[in-house]
Design a protein around this ligand. Structure first.
Ligand SMILES: C[S@@+](CC[C@H](N)C(=O)[O-])C[C@H]1O[C@@H](n2cnc3c(N)ncnc32)[C@H](O)[C@@H]1O
Length: 340
């Protein structure tokens, strides 16, 4: 793409999608790999207040909403699938090499590696599941099978099932010997129910506002009496259609986050008792993925090419900024179904 075309796209993005979208799009299409230090500093350093104000206020909410509504009309599942189907080898370059979690970890000590932090997170979630050892468990959005693997490694003997939308993930998790299927948990009835536990890590983010009621009802119906749902996900804190949701279309076309109280209310309406809701920090994990991607720059460029490399180099610091500005928070929530 020539300079003139680049300027013309920037101007058009600026006018219709806003400042940060235009900058992000321009960086993704940079003709050279983004400079790690400059790029992180650009997104993470405090922005001048005028720029911050403009980034939040423009486009005005009716234009923003109209654009997002048009994005929501498109096939949502294919936008999710394409994010995860980039290449298993590419994700392996920056995810922890023990489990391949693509979700927030717990860095508890200064010297914790990404592997330690993912283990800490997984053990925390395992404790929330309150397992005896033989429960039948469903992992909604199981990714590369990380939590299924941890449960098996910890000696869980009950049946373990996973759903994903990604063919690349499916192939990988089936190799590990798990019962995983390409099942869209929004549109497809759950098979093999009832389950004693249903968990999701980093998957409810993909549930859009008009799908929230149905997903909590489906989870409730698929649980045995006395069963538990345990979820880790991030949700919006204070505004249903923030400007950041326009920018997120660059990474997850057709996605829209939900306000946290909307999730909780829908779960309660479905019949759940909420017995745990804690807040955790996503930022250290995003920084760790970024550093590992940078450390494997040449392999990444060979595997996925310049545009995808620059896309992830842009995605991680933008996501970091999103949490830094408290637009969303990462929650761990336990939802209980009564015995009778
Ligand atoms: C951020 S990844 C997290 C993966 C894994 N739980 C982990 O912690 O590493 C989100 C996962 O949710 C899955 N997912 C999102 N929406 C889905 C849907 N509607 N049906 C099935 N899987 C879905 C994706 O395929 C992906 O595996």
């Amino acid at each position: 793409m020539g300079n003139l075309e680049r300027v013309s796209r920037f101007t058009s993005d600026l006018a219709t999608r806003g400042l940060l979208y235009a900058i992000a799009q321009d960086r993704i299409h940079s003709p050279i790999p983004l400079d790690p230090k400059e790029n992180w500093a650009f997104w993470a350093q405090p922005q001048p207040s005028l720029m911050k104000w403009f980034a939040r206020a423009y486009p005005p909410s009716p234009i923003r909403k109209a654009f997002l509504d048009s994005m929501l009309e498109q096939d949502h599942a294919s936008g999710i699938e394409s994010h995860y189907d980039v290449s298993n080898d590419f994700y392996a370059l920056f995810l922890d090499n023990q489990y391949r979690f693509y979700s927030a970890a717990d860095f508890l000590h200064e010297q914790d590696t990404l592997e330690d932090a993912q283990h800490n997170k997984a053990m925390y979630l395992r404790s929330l599941l309150r397992l005896q050892g033989n429960e039948k468990i469903l992992d909604l959005g199981c990714g590369w099978g990380a939590m299924l693997k941890l449960l098996r490694d910890q000696g869980h003997s009950g049946e373990l099932t996973g759903f994903t939308l990604s063919k690349e993930q499916l192939a990988y998790v089936q190799e590990l010997g798990f019962n995983v299927s390409l099942t869209n948990f929004i549109t497809t009835p759950f098979e093999h129910k009832p389950f004693d536990r249903i968990l999701s890590i980093g998957a409810l983010e993909h549930v859009r506002p008009d799908e929230v009621e149905i997903i909590h009802q489906k989870i409730y119906a698929a649980l045995a009496p006395g069963g538990l749902a345990v979820h880790q996900f991030f949700s919006l804190e204070y505004e249903p259609y923030p400007a950041s949701m326009v920018m997120i279309q660059l990474f997850f076309p057709g996605s829209l986050l939900v306000m946290h109280p909307v999730h909780i209310e829908a779960a309660k309406q479905a019949g759940f008792h909420i017995t745990h809701d804690s807040i955790h920090d996503y930022k250290p994990t995003l920084r760790a993925w970024y550093d590992r991607l940078v450390a494997h720059r040449e392999q990444a460029l060979n595997l996925v090419g310049l545009e995808t490399y620059n896309r992830y180099m842009t995605f991680f610091p933008i996501s970091w900024l999103f949490f830094e500005q408290n637009e969303a928070k990462l929650h761990r929530v336990v939802m209980e179904k009564s015995v009778a």
